[in-house]
Write a protein that binds this ligand. Structure first.
Ligand SMILES: CC(C)(COP(=O)(O)OP(=O)(O)OC[C@H]1O[C@@H](n2cnc3c(N)ncnc32)[C@H](O)[C@@H]1OP(=O)(O)O)[C@@H](O)C(=O)NCCC(=O)NCCS
Length: 172
């Protein structure tokens, strides 16, 4: 059974270790999500602590997916856009633990992202992802449009440069 919840800062603190575990697992698996390998648990926890401070300030939403009550996936909606972009949100850090992949959890998380954005009148969504990644295929399947690709934008966890594709989606 898969359930998705929007975590408050208080709830997020209860799941800090699980959130950090998913991030470490994704980086160990080669995902280009801001960090180089090896990513320590301490650094991953510190990252989610700053995320939760931002949740507390109302700048972002933190969503978590639970498979049989275990936290296995997460994604963030960044709402802290400039005053002239009140209709927009950025989506970041869609992460699903390797053991839970291939069951549509990312798709379910992204459907909740769209629902949350709709009720907040955030109709234009943007994100970027490593070119050629599994995530890139997923976003295309979910109806996102690729605006273009930037070569050598970031490093893969192992240190090799990798391109990034910028995506956008206009909600109905
Ligand atoms: C991208 C990611 C979030 C997808 O999560 P997911 O819950 O496995 O997504 P889905 O179940 O919808 O499957 C995605 C694809 O993987 C394929 N897949 C099937 N079984 C799989 C398995 N055991 N392991 C991995 N992928 C599998 C699916 O067929 C699907 O392919 P398709 O898009 O061509 O249909 C996940 O791979 C991930 O966390 N990657 C690392 C982090 C990352 O790159 N995040 C994006 C940041 S922008």
């Amino acid at each position: 059974m898969i359930a998705v919840r929007v975590l408050s800062a208080v709830a997020g603190r209860r799941y800090l270790d699980d959130l950090a575990g998913v991030l470490v697992d994704c980086v160990d698996g080669g995902a280009s999500v801001s960090f180089l390998a090896p990513l320590s648990r301490v650094t991953a926890v510190a990252f989610f602590e700053t995320v939760l401070q931002s949740v507390d300030r109302g700048e972002r939403l933190l969503l978590a997916a639970f498979l049989d009550s275990h936290l296995v996936g997460t994604v963030q909606i960044l709402l802290d856009t400039p005053p002239n972009q009140p209709h927009r949100a950025d989506i970041a850090k869609l992460l699903v633990a390797r053991s839970a992949r291939g069951q549509g959890i990312a798709g379910i998380l992204m459907r909740h992202v769209e629902d949350q954005c709709r009720v907040r009148h955030r109709a234009l969504l943007c994100l970027d992802t490593a070119t050629g990644s599994m995530a890139e295929k997923l976003y295309r399947r979910l109806g996102w449009t690729a605006a273009g690709s930037i070569p050598n934008y970031a490093l893969l966890p192992g240190g090799q440069p990798c391109a990034t594709t910028i995506f956008w989606k206009q909600l109905e």
